[in-house]
Write a protein that binds this ligand. Structure first.
Ligand code: TXA
Ligand code: MG
Length: 319
């Protein structure tokens, strides 16, 4: 059930969270499926609702940096600097977990915890009011497309779930995950905050592809098929799209141009921020059109597009 954000809805959602129930809420990246992180039975409901494998840990959200970092065993200087620079905001810091700081399922049996202070007024209001750390993966079935609208959540997880409606999320792709237990810090998942932005604060390397190639499941969001529509989806060059018979296809066109007449088509701006903002909603829409395939026009191979390239590769990787 989708609840418009009102003081009454906030109170109801915070009470439900404290009772150990699931609440979906907007963040500045995507909608999260929240449960109190200190309560094993509550956390178990997240894994059941998503069909999420037990070996995939869940990010824990808090209202302030102080509350978030209190869940860590130790906070290296680099982590403190990153938290100071980017929180509240779309950065997840992986740190050594303090004993007993989260239900074991949140950590997936590991000894680290992913921490984040989201920059969204609804998320922050809920976290502040509940005053408990909240475990929240993206509010979709495991491996599916992340939700950027309340309606996406309802569509993926069903009408019983309480969803606080905050409209469309801002960035539209998930937080950047940085492992701050090592020096230099390492990007485990590309996201809204770029390597250049991180490196301006502390030396950081992007291990994303190497982690994947080594087959090390440091961050299962880095496993290859993820963020994927149900319709077979492929990346194609502009030339391939313009030369093919696209009459049975759903197209995602880059930039403002005349699209070939396809079964269905949408356009996204040729600007990385605006593209990320609209990407998942476009995939949700095209996936629902019943086309035989979705073809996505490949964006430029440039650093500003790195996080988007990453999500598109996963959306189009074969099962
Ligand atoms: O933007 C976001 O991060 C959104 C919003 C709701 O905060 N959340 C999100 O959660 O994308 P999820 O569960 O869909 O992706 C979380 C990723 C997974 O790839 C998981 O493996 C990784 O974070 N992760 C969580 N805790 C971790 C840890 N201790 N060590 C390494 N990776 C971790
Ligand atoms: Mg997810």
């Amino acid at each position: 059930m989708i609840l418009p954000f009102t003081p009454e809805a906030l109170a109801r959602a915070a009470d439900a969270l404290l009772r150990g129930e699931l609440i979906a809420f907007p963040t500045e990246t995507v909608y999260g499926l929240g449960a109190r992180a200190d309560e094993p039975t509550a956390v178990a409901k997240i894994y059941a609702a998503k069909g999420r494998p037990a070996d995939n840990p869940t990010i824990v959200h808090a209202a302030t940096a102080e509350q978030a970092l209190a869940l860590a065993q130790e906070v290296p200087e680099a982590a403190r600097a990153l938290a100071h620079a980017f929180w509240p905001g779309p950065l997840t810091l992986v740190l050594a977990v303090r004993d007993g700081a989260g239900a074991p399922a949140v950590l997936a049996g590991g000894d680290t915890i992913g921490l984040r202070v989201p920059a969204h007024p609804v998320a922050l209001a809920l976290l502040a009011r509940a005053a408990v750390p909240v475990a929240a993966p993206s509010a979709n079935r495991s491996t599916g497309i992340s939700p950027t609208l309340a309606a996406h959540v309802e569509c993926s997880l069903g009408p019983e779930l309480m969803v606080l409606d905050g409209g469309a999320t801002g960035f539209g792709i998930e937080s950047t995950i940085v492992d701050a237990t090592s020096s230099p810090a390492r990007v485990l998942r590309r996201g809204s905050i770029s390597l250049a932005q991180l490196s301006a604060i502390t030396p950081t390397i992007d291990l994303g592809s190497e982690v994947h190639e080594a087959g090390v499941r440091r961050s299962p969001g880095t496993s290859s098929r993820h963020y994927a529509p149900a319709t077979p989806t492929h990346l194609r060059s502009r030339a391939q799209i313009d030369q093919a018979d696209v009459s049975r296809l759903a197209l995602l066109i880059l930039g403002d141009r005349t699209a070939p007449s396809a079964f269905a088509s949408l356009q996204l701006p040729a600007d990385p921020l605006a593209y990320a903002h609209g990407l998942y909603a476009a995939l949700h829409t095209l996936d629902g059109r019943g086309a035989s395939e979705i073809w996505i026009e490949a964006p430029p191979d440039e650093p500003a597009w790195a996080a988007i390239q990453d999500r598109l590769r996963r959306a189009t990787s074969v099962r």
